[in-house]
Design a protein around this ligand. Structure first.
Ligand code: NBY
Length: 824
């Protein structure tokens, strides 16, 4: 087949042809949605050429490959990204213009692929982008949820309402290839029997139960400045039984299709909880379905290469993105022992050389545990294998140290009622390497979370790989004006794949002309966000105000509550100022966005409080528009692409020691936004890279948090006097009247009677001081511009290219594939 041509005439022809032949539309009567789709199909054809060439190159070279197992991939939109990667955006713009359309309008037609909750899922997407860009033989594996993270509405009372996100609407998804021929069976329930094989050996065998089918859908992931194209293979559940004829003939039509529906429900919806576990049976089944299908596929490919099992770890690396795919460990052991006939130790040696595990949290409520009876019921053979893994592990630990307490502490089985399987411990025992996602976090992993495992295995098994973000989506694509300025200043776009080049901006930090251009771009991005806010929320904000942004999942540990309490404090102060004093005030727009887990009561109250305060503040003419509060509903990847470039300040203010890394902090700073943050997660390394004079940091340090909690527990919480005033104003009904005030009672109680676990009161004064510093600094535009430039200049380290290379070198032991050579 002749390769696709990228001249305007060919592109137009392709778009029209897809309108007619793929979409069955009259080419003289097309709407934006149809043209978006036809355009997407034409771009996908071009991607496909690269996809095929890449897979061919990998197949020929047959190198060691890495598989990134993640229950979540928060990809966002694909079209704009693909146009940039294929370097055809301009010619496409012209082509669709000739057809009577505006490309930017068409891009808005695409639904986000929102198959993730937050940072963990977005990180997986950034790593797939980097792996494709760097030509690594790496595939992602995930689930093809029919419903991604719910759509968030804010009702007129200011509460979050959840709506289903049926993203695979009837129009079809141009960004996936159904692989009708790639299907595997997945078993659940049943019982374990002993069977004697042909050699007369007795083996355990998992019998009976239910079976469903997994079918593959491939999502191409374009690389930048390469002919390489990566892949994420997503599994959808299908029924093995198409139809129950007996029921049908009995006239029981519902029942005749019930099996089919049940099987397909398995991958229907993404669980919407982040950093909190809900131990639902359906979720456990999703996890096993995912690892079973993925491993069958990996093994199928391995077997085609005619290698022996002992070579498996030299050909395959599997990264577990958090504990969600940890069942892959007992599953591979089961396949090797029960089906392939290896002895236990040989199998276990293979398993532990294949897997590596990334931990993303130290919060106890987020650590996955599954009840033993549930696991026994759904996965009877796996439960036995987990017991055996644990037994052999504890025997080894005991040889070194027979302390009973230690054995209890490191046991994979928690002796509670009912017993629980500690998935993180299973992941540690079954992996060769465990990594945290920022320096402080990896330290806490070693010294607290897995302390006892460090003393058994030694420290080398536990490493840090600080998170990274893709500069393609998060600067090149989302901030075109800044991209062009940087490219012009650095003399080319080498920086897009070598982000350390940004250091070259340092020498312009004091240059008045450059500062003016830089700040002008920021202003333009703020105007873009202000128009979005006006058009969608009918709130007027002045782009010359300081834009102060906190967008992320709503969680107590992330302290959006502290932010809005600070806003109330600011509002009350403004009310007291004279007209003269107000002249000196920096006007602010405080922007919030983020979803709460549907069952997270306190987080939902925080959303309600923010919206209630916004309602009062935005309608109070007496403060001369010096403060506006905006809640952007349904925060997602596409909105982030508009929000991130528009920030002057963004807040990353988690209680020290709670936010593993954070990745949006990196996105904001990359776009020249300053940070107001705590000494937590990756904020610390950002400070080290950009210089402490370019970041506003405050708050209790991680190693002091436990002491303060202890104090508060035994002596009660001493509420900060400024905070006291703020709380009183809420309680007195200043926001929403006395009835609404009572709604906030339980929220306020988390501070007072609840022991203020997240140290809002303890940090409040320092938070307000830091905010004052922000206001003061912003008044000096040149000083601010300099900081902003130095922020971007210092962000080279946080590219997902660097992070992915570290995984490849330190954990996976894989090398890039030579795609260009294979192409000839
Ligand atoms: O992972 C986040 C961390 O909070 C953040 O600090 C870090 O930067 C990021 C990437 O390393 N964790 C996160 O997003 N976690 C989840 O979304 C999540 C989702 C599901 C479940 C647990 C956590 N679950 O148990 O189902």
């Amino acid at each position: 087949m002749a390769p696709k041509k990228n001249d305007k005439a060919s592109i137009k022809k392709d778009i029209v042809q897809h309108s007619v032949e793929t979409l069955c539309r009259n080419p003289y009567n097309l709407d934006k949605l149809a043209v978006y789709q036809a355009t997407a199909y034409s771009v996908r054809d071009r991607l496909l050429e690269d996809w095929n060439m890449t897979q061919e190159a990998i197949h020929k070279e047959n190198p060691k490959r890495c598989y990134y197992l993640s229950m979540e991939f928060l990809i966002g939109r694909a079209l704009d990204n693909a146009l940039h990667c294929l370097e055809v955006k301009d010619v496409y713009k012209e082509s669709v213009k000739d057809l009577g359309f505006n490309l930017e309008d068409l891009l808005q037609q695409e639904r986000d692929a929102a198959l993730g909750n937050g940072g963990l899922g977005r990180l997986a997407a950034c790593y797939m982008d980097a792996a494709a860009t760097l030509d690594y033989p790496t595939w992602g594996y995930g689930l093809r949820y029919q419903y991604g993270i719910f759509k968030q509405l804010i009702n007129s009372d200011g509460y979050q309402i959840e709506m289903p996100d049926y993203w695979l609407d009837s129009n079809g998804n141009p960004w996936e290839f159904p692989r009708n021929d790639v299907r595997y069976e997945v078993q659940f329930y049943g019982y374990v029997a002993t069977k004697v094989n042909e050699k007369g050996e007795s083996r355990m065998s998992w019998e009976g139960g239910d079976r469903v089918q997994a079918m593959a859908y491939d999502v191409p992931i374009p690389g930048f400045d390469t002919k390489g194209c990566g892949n994420i293979r997503l599994w959808a559940s299908k029924s093995l039984k198409t139809f129950d004829f007996a029921s049908f003939n009995d006239g029981d039509y519902d029942r005749s299709v019930a099996d089919q529906k049940n099987a397909e429900n398995l991958t229907s919806v993404l669980y919407p909880n982040d950093n909190h576990l809900v131990g639902k049976e359906l979720r456990l089944k999703q996890e096993y379905f995912f690892v079973s299908a993925s491993l069958q596929d990996i093994i199928h490919r391995f077997k085609r290469s005619n290698c022996a099992w002992k070579d498996f770890p030299d050909k395959v690396a599997v990264q577990l993105n958090d504990t969600h795919p940890t069942l892959a460990i007992p599953e591979l052991q089961r396949i090797l022992v029960d089906i392939e006939g290896l002895d236990w130790d040989a199998a276990w040696d293979i398993v532990t050389r294949v897997f590596a595990f990334t931990n993303h949290t130290v919060l106890p409520e987020a650590l996955e545990c599954w009840s033993v009876p549930m696991m026994e019921h759904i996965l009877p053979r796996h439960m036995q294998i987990v017991y055996d893994i644990n037994l052999f592990f504890l025997q080894k630990v005991e040889k070194m140290n027979s302390d009973r307490g230690l054995l209890n502490r490191v046991s994979i089985i928690e002796e509670s009622n009912p017993q629980q399987v500690r998935m993180a411990y299973l992941a540690v025992v079954g992996s060769h390497t465990v990594n945290g996602v920022a320096a402080l976090h990896s330290d806490l992993v070693k010294t607290e979370l897995f302390k006892d495992f460090v003393s058994y295995y030694g420290p080398e098994k536990f490493i840090n790989i600080t998170n990274g973000i893709t500069p393609r989506r998060w600067l090149y694509q989302a901030n075109p004006d800044l991209r062009d300025l940087i490219t012009e200043t650095l003399g080319g776009n080498h920086w897009v794949t070598h982000l350390d080049d940004l250091k070259g901006l340092t020498k312009y930090a004091d240059d008045a002309d450059f500062q003016a251009k830089w700040m002008n771009i920021k202003l333009k991005n703020k105007v873009r966000l202000a128009s979005w806010i006006k058009a969608n929320l009918d709130i007027t904000v002045d782009p010359r105000s300081l834009f102060d942004i906190q967008v992320k999942r709503i969680h107590e540990y992330k302290r959006q509550f502290m932010n809005i309490l600070g806003v109330i404090y600011r509002y009350k102060n403004l009310q007291l100022l004279s007209a003269e004093e107000r002249k000196d005030v920096t006007p602010r727009v405080v922007i919030f966005g983020g979803k709460s887990a549907p069952g997270y009561y306190v987080a939902k109250m925080v959303i309600k409080l923010i919206n209630t305060v916004a309602q009062v503040v935005n309608n109070d003419d007496s403060i001369d528009g010096l403060l506006k509060v905006v809640y952007i509903p349904d925060y997602n990847v596409s909105l982030a692409e508009i929000i991130v470039p528009a920030s002057d300040i963004s807040q990353h203010i988690s209680t020290a020691g709670t936010e593993a890394a954070g990745t949006s902090n990196m996105k904001f700073v990359l776009n020249g936004g300053l940070i107001l943050g705590t000494v937590d997660g990756a904020n610390i390394e950002i400070r080290d890279e950009i210089g402490e004079e370019n970041i506003f940091m405050f708050g209790t340090l991680a190693d002091k948090v436990a002491d303060i909690r202890h104090q508060q527990k035994y002596h009660g919480v001493e509420i900060d006097p400024n905070l006291q005033v703020v709380l009183q104003s809420i309680q007195s009904g200043e926001f929403g009247g006395p009835e609404t005030a009572s709604v906030f009672g339980p929220l306020i109680n988390t501070l007072t009677y609840g022991g203020d676990y997240y140290l809002i009161s303890a940090d409040f004064e320092k938070y307000l001081d830091a905010q004052d510093k922000v206001d003061e600094t912003y008044k000096d535009t040149a000083a601010w511009a300099k900081k902003s430039i130095l922020c971007t200049a210092g962000m080279g380290f946080f590219s997902s290219d660097r992070a992915t290379r570290e995984y490849a070198d330190k954990i996976w032991n894989i090398k890039p594939v030579n795609i260009k050579e294979a192409a000839v």
